[in-house]
Design a protein around this ligand. Sequence first.
Ligand code: ZN
Length: 108
Amino acid sequence: MNDWLDIQSDPLHTKREREKARELRNSDWWKNLLAQGVCHYCQGKFPPEELTMDHIVPVARGGKSTRGNIVACCKECNNRKKYLTPAEMIMFELEAKEKAAQKNAEEE
Ligand SMILES: [Zn+2]
């Protein structure tokens, strides 16, 4: 269950997932997320141009470009995430994953 904790530095994986992220950026699903304008982490409301695409588990750490792992987040949260220690990062990812799971459950 903790497969996402494995540190992967497979360049092919990174290339493939970055390409998938680019495709997702053009999808209706992503446009819809931007239109909702809610940051996944702080739940704040933002105009679409202030939101960025974020991988909950970064691609460089083995994260995938799937809808479950990609969220819209504001620049502030994106920056905050960058400066977390590895332990804080894991907590941050766990919380984000939990929120994503709750959101998926609500949508069903
Ligand atoms: Zn935010």
